[in-house]
Write a protein that binds this ligand. Structure first.
Ligand SMILES: Nc1ncnc2c1ncn2[C@@H]1O[C@H](COP(=O)(O)OP(=O)(O)OP(=O)(O)O)[C@@H](O)[C@H]1O
Length: 246
């Protein structure tokens, strides 16, 4: 077994995954993600972006290949240990917001913290802070069904960030948002990640979204086809703003 490089928080080698029904998912993807990096995984529909994020985060177990998180193997962990790892160290944003309907908005955002043992009061304060940042603080006491889809997605993003994950996996996080909303939410997400040192792996087929990342790897038919590094910019948010205003 080859040891992963020290500065990669996540490192994967030669990942192969076939879905239960035989559909090909990944056909030998390797990549490393550096600490604090925002990495976009791009590619057309069906190219394997979601499958890759699910494998990297331990939601799916690869049939072949290695995944290392902070130099510890993920691919050899059993289901319980992978579940614990996801709960404690990772955040996840789906394309559509999946909130708990019985809980109100702040309770939803606080849930990952409370599952990790944070007291209700502290979890509430942190959740409210993130809900404010994402412009849904005023809905804190409402139930998810009382919000618009775009507002529910903002809550899901707050929930994914509030517990301070080491890595945030975001699968088409702005898919349910209006175009006008996307820039703001994405900028909030990337600014928050950068200021909190959260590494982000972002699946997208949208060039404007990928432009916010430090680096883009592209997939096609479950294989990695190219990598694009954005040029160094003196002021990161400036670059994000430019990309989005284009
Ligand atoms: N649960 C599943 N069962 C069977 N096949 C699946 C499943 N999920 C994905 N696939 C197949 O795996 C391949 C990769 O799909 P995946 O969803 O990972 O791609 P994607 O790039 O994320 O696509 P999209 O942009 O549409 O979300 C596709 O051929 C898809 O049909």
């Amino acid at each position: 077994m080859e040891a992963p490089p020290d500065n990669d928080v996540l490192w994967a080698r030669s990942l192969h995954f076939t879905h239960r029904d035989g559909s090909p998912g990944l056909a030998g993807v390797s990549l490393g993600v550096r600490v604090g990096e925002i990495l976009a995984v791009a590619g057309p529909r069906g190219s394997g972006k979601t499958t890759l994020l699910r494998c990297l985060s331990g939601l799916l177990r690869v049939q072949q290949g290695e995944i290392w998180f902070n130099s510890a193997p993920v691919h050899t962990l059993g289901p319980m240990a992978r579940e614990r790892l996801r709960r404690e160290r990772f955040g996840w944003i789906d394309p559509a917001p999946a909130l708990v309907p019985e809980l109100n908005v702040w309770e939803n955002a606080a849930l990952p913290m409370m599952l990790r043992g944070t007291g209700r009061r502290r979890a509430k304060v942190a959740a409210l802070e993130w809900l404010e940042r994402l412009d849904v603080g005023e809905h804190a006491r409402r139930r998810p069904h009382q919000l618009r889809q775009a507002e529910r997605q903002r809550v899901a993003i707050a929930r994914a960030l509030a517990h301070g994950p080491t890595i945030l996996f975001a699968d088409e996080p702005t898919a349910p948002l209006h175009r006008a909303d996307r820039a703001h939410v994405l900028r909030t997400l990337t600014t928050a990640a950068r200021s909190h040192g959260i590494t982000v792996v972002l699946a997208t087929h949208d060039a404007e979204t990928a432009a916010l990342a430090d680096r883009t790897v592209s997939l096609l038919d479950g294989r990695r086809v190219r990598t694009v590094h954005l040029p160094e910019a003196p002021e990161t948010e400036g670059r994000a703003a430019c990309s989005l205003s284009a």
